[in-house]
Design a protein around this ligand. Structure first.
Ligand code: NAD
Ligand code: 44H
Length: 393
């Protein structure tokens, strides 16, 4: 009897347990979760199932079964990557962790080559442009020339866009594994990068030859508006993103930034303007849903990552500038990032230390790439001073 196909998923956190794991399990895979959190791994090995609650519809949770867990430093991860039953490898660990799991995946692929265990596809599900290509670059130094040529032929590194809001677990949930998710989901994968067909097919995974359009549409709209709501919300002492969006002064900036990004996306990807306006409306509804109660400190996490050139704020701003389009709201949202001051967030601490050491004017220029004398720098500085001096009580 042939063995059940396996999926190895790195990161048994919110999106791992709340989206990627469940769709793989429903599609017939046994999902092997890999994580550094021992409590989660123990629970994954002790329990036969966990529940995915659709927020707003608590009565009909989905039951996820057919999974197990392995601690990320265990050699069992290498063994399972080399097993012919493993057909797909996915990640949802956070962009900053991709470099840390690269050596294990590299060793696993080397063992797979030696075992002649056949092709598979790797799909990193992190919120960033071309995240799986980035993971592949991290894995490269861990491969010998012989491994590398085998990997090039047999291992697909397919980037993707992944969309489902999964807020952190409720403290009162009945099991450590249960998750609460919004109903909406979208997972779009770069078909051209696959090295073997996704078999069994994954229900809910859409394959495309035009990935950049999907990635930018989502990152520069949802994540852009989400981040701005979180950062200005934080300054105004809102706890959750939905509370922030209810504030008319914040909502207007969030909508304005999504419209500015939208105008650039329409130009670049030839999107239909009416359909794109509906896409923005729908995203505003999703992020304003009070049932999600999504904390501003989750959505605003890792502000330095969110300030990188291709990410949700400067990515659309640079695109819009390239077309000579306005970026005022995007700049206001960017200014708010520099006021994000959360002790528990390492990148926020690093950012605030940097501002204290080098001064805000220099730090804005360094992190945004906008010269001190540029219009964009001036707009950011004006908004920064205004936001700094006028937080609502
Ligand atoms: N939550 C969402 O709404 C959402 C939606 C779409 C995409 N994403 C993306 O998914 C990724 C994960 O986000 P999340 O919200 O699930 O975060 P999370 O913190 O809930 O989950 C990350 C998991 O990775 C694990 N981890 C950390 N280091 C690891 C390592 N070295 N090896 C294995 N596991 C490790 C953590 O223990 C944790 O369980 C991020 O890139 C995020 O942008 C999140
Ligand atoms: O995960 P991050 O830190 O990149 O971004 C925070 C949220 O905007 C994000 O997790 C969204 O909830 C998600 O991208 C929705 O699909």
């Amino acid at each position: 009897m042939s063995q059940q196909p396996r999926a190895v998923h790195f990161g048994a956190g919110n999106i791992g347990r709340g989206f990627i794991g469940p769709v793989l399990a429903e599609s017939g895979y046994h999902v092997v979760f890999v994580d550094i959190d021992k409590d989660i791994i123990d629970a994954l090995n002790e329990l036969d199932s966990y529940k995915v609650h659709i927020i707003g519809d608590q009565k009909r949770p989905k039951h996820v079964s057919s999974f197990s867990g392995i601690l990320s430093h265990s050699d069992d991860v290498i063994r399972v990557l080399a097993d012919p039953a493993t057909r797909i490898v996915t990640t949802a660990v956070g962009p900053n962790i991709l470099g840390k799991i690269a050596s294990t995946i590299g060793k696993g692929l080397q063992a797979r080559r030696k075992a002649d265990a056949g092709p598979l596809n790797v799909i990193a599900c992190e919120n960033m442009v071309r995240q799986t290509a980035e993971l592949s670059r991290y894995i490269d130094p861990h491969l010998s020339p012989e491994d590398k040529s085998w990997v090039d032929q047999h291992i697909g590194f397919a980037s993707c866009s992944v969309d489902r809001i999964v807020p952190p677990g409720e403290p009162k949930r009945s099991s450590l594994l249960d998750v609460h998710v919004e109903e909406f989901y979208e997972w779009v994968v770069d078909e051209g990068a696959l090295r073997t067909p996704i078999e069994p097919k994954v229900n809910g995974m859409h394959l495309t030859r035009d990935l950049d359009a999907y990635v930018e549409r989502k990152l520069f709209t949802l994540n852009c508006g989400h981040a701005i709501a979180a950062y200005i919300g934080f300054i105004n002492k809102h706890q959750t993103v939905d509370q922030a969006i209810q504030d008319p002064q914040i909502r207007v900036v969030v909508r304005g930034a999504m419209d500015e990004a939208g105008a650039a996306l329409i130009k670049k990807h030839n999107f239909d303007p009416v359909t794109h306006a509906e896409y923005i409306d729908n995203i505003l509804k999703r992020i304003a849903d009070a049932n999600l109660a999504d904390a501003v400190v989750r959505v605003g996490r890792q502000p330095l990552r969110k300030l990188s050139a291709q990410d949700r704020l400067l990515g659309p701003a640079n695109l819009a500038r390239g077309y000579g389009l306005p970026v005022d709201n995007l700049m206001r949202g960017t200014a708010a990032v520099f006021l994000y001051d959360v002790d528990e967030d390492e990148q926020s601490v690093e950012l605030q230390d940097k501002i204290k050491r080098d001064g805000i004017v220099k730090v804005v220029a360094e992190l945004t790439g906008f010269q001190e004398e540029s219009e964009e720098h001036k707009t950011i500085m004006e908004s920064y001073r205004e936001l700094q001096n006028k937080p609502k009580q």
